[in-house]
Ligand binder design. Sequence first.
Ligand SMILES: [Ca+2]
Ligand SMILES: [Ca+2]
Ligand SMILES: [Ca+2]
Length: 295
Amino acid sequence: MALKTVQVVVNGVTTQLSLNPETGKYEATLTAPEKSSYNQPDHYYDVTVTALDQAGNSVSANSKDAELGEKLRLSVLEKTPPAITITEPTESQLLTNNQPTIKFSVMDNDSGVNPEKIMLIVNGTEISGITKTQTTGGYNCQYAPEEPLPDGKNEVIVKATDYDGNEAEEKKVTFTIDTVPPELSVTAPVDGFITNRDTVTVEGTTNDVTSSPVTLTVNGEDVTVYSDGTFSTTVSLDEGDNTITVISTDGAGRSTEVVRKVVKDTVPPVISDVSLAPNPADIGTTYLISVDVSD
Ligand SMILES: [Ca+2]
Ligand SMILES: [Ca+2]
Ligand SMILES: [Ca+2]
């Protein structure tokens, strides 16, 4: 007939309730736990109410109670969204591989990353074949495109949500794929060019569709490529056979090579013998001249 105490235990914290004379009910204002209830058994905090009378009789009710149980289940939502990190490719990366593995992680400290809500969008298309590996605090994810991605700019977007419905700030990476080596035209010298000069002018044009500007070397020396794609340089020649190697390399690292063989010959021919036959020749008849000459 006379209550002594009414108390409540939530998440290990005991609070005494006090009688509200206006309502006749026992009340307390409680502070919700600091953590989401998602990772509690069945996703709620148990609330256990115990009433003790003056005579020493007590009764308890909690979330398992047949009648009141559902009213003694406290749901707590956290508010911190997951964090997304895209590790591969990196922003503005130039790639020669058109099926690059895309790698990213999604981490959440509290309710946890909902793997069903991890979303990868490649060039505007949602991807379904992501490999999601659970790790401490979240998921490491990767995806290797089954079909080649197009040359040029590509865009990857990752979205995620935690179990309490907090949406992560989406992350985006743009990168460039370049599978085509530079164009390279060497207009001079022609292959097999023969000269008696000490130098030869090497010139031509080069360009790259996707990842210009290109860099150019002639026999390993850097040569300037002008904005219109032309280049010109002078190469010293050794007596005899010379090999001129021109290599143009685009921003993604693909290269095109043109090789020209040039011969430098400063030695005049040698006339070692001559014969006239017959000699003397009769007037008005033919005779043969034969010259032994080499170079
Ligand atoms: Ca969270
Ligand atoms: Ca290219
Ligand atoms: Ca010669």
